[in-house]
Design a protein around this ligand. Structure first.
Ligand code: CUA
Length: 323
């Protein structure tokens, strides 16, 4: 039998969405591997139930003696629809509960708070010297277990970094806990997995898994105020303060201490802007500032399409210096 072309296209299209950055089959985290270990028995269990019921039904009906339809029907319902699924589902339930317990009981070396907001992520690292604020990018040390404290400041969101581990709802007024133990370095994709409003589909983030020493150095750098070279850019900084950016954004070491939007103190050290949407670059920053609402419909940050080119140059240079 030839499969229609549109089914092939749908299959290929579906698989194309499974790039390694967003795939739980990437095996980048110990928790993701636990889920993978759970997935195969579940898949095999489901296929076993389906196959057994189908085979039994076909064979039994073909070989049925005259007048025995009702008896065979009862047997199929009892064994295929009752006993067999009960046994398989009970086994899968026990496996699932054991996996949940294994994921919840890991002792953690680091605590990171992630607050979801429409439509970005506030990230706060707990360190012995105090809290370190960041946004839209979560850095984790390789081989260490990090406890994520997940909550929301507005509506229900859901935290999901598929390559590293499971997904968990982020609910206003409640803190949900999840652990992640990365086993591969790299940049992994994350996204909001609960519809949360206009820009839900553009609410993304990156998880950067680093060697523990590099992570420690990065965390110290992230806790510092903005780079002195950026603070010396007087024109760019004063435009940032005067154009209204500072009302929503914080740049530590300046008078900008807005809390409505992401902390930008070390923006230029991040891989992406707009909550995971665009790669960080001079051109993309300009596009973001002038066409914010086109790039991310529904976003709370206004566009500045009429900003004079020289001012745009100065603000972009200032932001790109925030390393
Ligand atoms: Cu936040 Cu969907």
């Amino acid at each position: 039998m030839r499969m229609p072309k549109h089914i092939w296209l749908a299959l290929v299209g579906g698989l194309a969405g499974c790039d390694g950055r967003h795939s739980w089959l990437a095996g980048a985290g110990a928790e993701a591997r636990l889920i993978e270990d759970l997935f195969w028995p579940f898949l095999i269990g489901a296929v076993a139930i389906w196959t057994a019921v189908m085979v039994f039904a076909v064979i039994a009906f073909r070989r049925r003696p005259k007048g025995s339809d009702e008896r065979i029907g009862r047997a199929i319902i009892l064994w295929g629809g009752g006993v067999l699924p009960a046994v398989v589902v009970a086994a899968l339930l026990i496996t699932g509960l054991l996996t949940l317990r294994a994921m919840a009981s890991r002792p953690s070396a680091l605590t990171v708070h992630v607050d979801a907001e429409q439509w970005w992520w506030r990230v706060i690292y707990e360190t012995p010297d105090g809290k370190v604020f960041s946004a839209n990018e979560i850095r984790l040390p390789l081989g260490k277990t990090t406890l994520l404290m997940l909550t929301s400041d507005d509506v229900i969101h859901s935290f999901w970094a598929p390559a590293l581990g499971g997904k968990l709802d982020m609910i206003p007024g409640r803190t949900n806990r999840m652990t992640l133990t990365p086993v591969r370095t790299g940049r992994w994709g994350g996204l909001c997995a609960e519809f949360c409003g206009a820009a839900h589909a553009q609410m993304r983030f990156e998880v950067v898994v680093m060697e523990p020493d590099a992570f420690r150095d990065w965390l110290v750098a992230e806790s510092e105020p903005a780079a002195p070279s950026a603070l010396r850019m007087e024109r760019g900084l004063s435009l940032f303060l005067d154009e209204g950016c500072a009302a929503c954004h914080t740049v530590r070491g300046t008078q900008a201490n807005g809390r409505v939007g992401p902390d930008l103190t070390h923006l230029a050290a991040r891989g992406r802007i707009g909550a995971g949407l665009l790669a960080l670059s001079d051109a993309n920053l300009r596009r973001w500032i002038t066409h914010t609402t086109d790039v991310k419909p529904g976003v709370r940050m206004p566009s500045y399409p009429a900003m004079p080119p020289d001012d745009l140059d100065q603000i972009t240079q200032f932001l790109m210096a925030l390393e």
